[in-house]
Design a binder for this molecule. Structure first.
Ligand code: SAM
Length: 361
């Protein structure tokens, strides 16, 4: 049983399924859970969905309406039953339909892109578009070469996917063989904003979806609120030194907003690592990819912070490997600080073991 508490678009669960392992993936962003589910559809499910999309006929033009409304109408033409958001992860056909509509939504939202490539302006799918243009775009996105994708064999278990807050949702103790994951990076990227076209479409289909609530639950969210947890010794020396440098930094809001941001992040990371420790079976592994970053000129060595937290919780370090990233969100954003854009972050994969009870005692 493989677990990824920050499964994103589902690389861990897709690879686990390909290798025949059972897996469980959490993510707080439902758009990403849908993509993760679609990645584990079978070829037969994909054929069914693609044929249904190809068979859609253009309806008489009704003038221009927003792309979001047109895409929602196409969803209801393809999927007549009502379903809840959680049911879409179970039903791979529905997640595939949504995934193709997401791809069309991205193209149709292009005019709303802000200069920062991870951001969209508010309501990116609001521009009026004709029904024919939207349908043509959906059909273009459904024009997939089935042989270019490794579909899941129906004999292998489909991953279990849940849209939950990993800081609150705990798996039963000693049930997981390996955690393979990458936490949200400490770069103040608003992952929710980066999926605004997908969420705008989903919120029309599932009116319960609350984008603000998702943003608040995100680890590393720029929405930090007025209060923050206290630092504790178990976070380790590197986290403590970083917090000291940030709180004494002369720039505006360093000792306020930014300190709260880092305190919240370290707290969430520590809580998550502790909970994962409990859910791992003895001799189970935690494999985590993290990236270094900067606050102003303060170097944030997240791989080292993770290691110190993990050792304090009781994990044993078994190995790590570093690789340099030539592209990061800092280097992608033309408006980011010039000095920092020259510094490529280092990514590190760190592997820890949960010792069995005998060794621990
Ligand atoms: C670095 S990304 C993971 C990328 C992933 N490995 C992939 O293949 O796409 C981190 C993920 O953590 C998710 N996340 C952030 N806060 C979360 C929380 N509190 N609970 C669950 N997931 C969260 C984000 O939505 C994001 O998808």
């Amino acid at each position: 049983m493989i677990h990824d508490p920050w499964n994103g678009s589902g690389t861990t669960t897709a690879v686990a399924a390909m290798m025949g392992f059972r897996s469980i993936g959490f993510d707080v962003n439902p758009a990403l859970s849908i993509i993760a589910a679609a990645r584990t559809a079978t070829r037969e499910e994909a054929i069914e969905v693609l044929q249904a999309i190809k068979a859609l006929e253009a309806r008489p033009p009704k003038g221009k309406r927003s792309a979001a409304i047109q895409l929602t109408a196409i969803f209801h033409r393809l999927h007549l039953d009502t379903c809840t958001l959680a049911e879409t992860y179970e039903n791979r056909r529905v997640s595939l339909i949504l995934c193709i509509l997401f791809r069309a939504a991205r193209t149709l939202a292009k005019p709303s892109r802000a200069s920062n490539p991870t951001w969209y302006k508010i309501s990116p799918l609001s521009q009026p578009t004709t029904a024919t243009d939207v349908l043509n775009e959906v059909k273009r996105q459904a024009d997939i070469d089935l042989d270019s994708i490794s579909w899941r064999q129906s004999s292998t278990p489909a991953p279990m996917l849940h849209t939950v807050n990993s800081c609150i949702q705990h798996l039963p103790d000693e049930t997981i063989d390996a955690v393979v994951t990458s936490p949200p990076y400490l770069t103040r990227i608003d992952y929710v904003k980066a999926t605004l076209p997908e969420l705008q479409l989903l919120s029309l289909i599932f009116p319960d979806l609350d984008e603000l609530d998702i943003r608040r639950k995100m680890i590393g969210s720029p929405l930090v609120g007025r209060t923050a947890p206290m630092a504790i010794d178990a976070w380790g020396r590197t986290a403590s030194d970083c917090l000291g440098l940030i709180s004494s930094h002369p720039s505006k809001a360093s000792n306020g907003y930014y300190l709260r941001f880092y305190l919240r992040y370290f707290h969430s990371l520590f809580v998550s690592l502790s909970s994962l420790f409990e859910s791992l079976k003895p001799s189970g592994f935690l494999s985590m990819v993290t990236q270094t970053s900067h606050y102003k000129e303060v170097f944030i060595d997240l791989p080292q912070i993770v290691e110190e937290m993990a050792l304090a919780i009781g994990y044993q370090r078994t190995g790590s490997s570093q690789f340099h990233q030539s592209r990061s969100f800092v280097t992608l954003n033309a408006k980011s600080s010039r000095t920092l854009s020259c510094v490529n972050p280092i990514e590190q994969i760190s592997i820890f073991l949960k010792p069995n009870a005998l060794v621990r005692s």
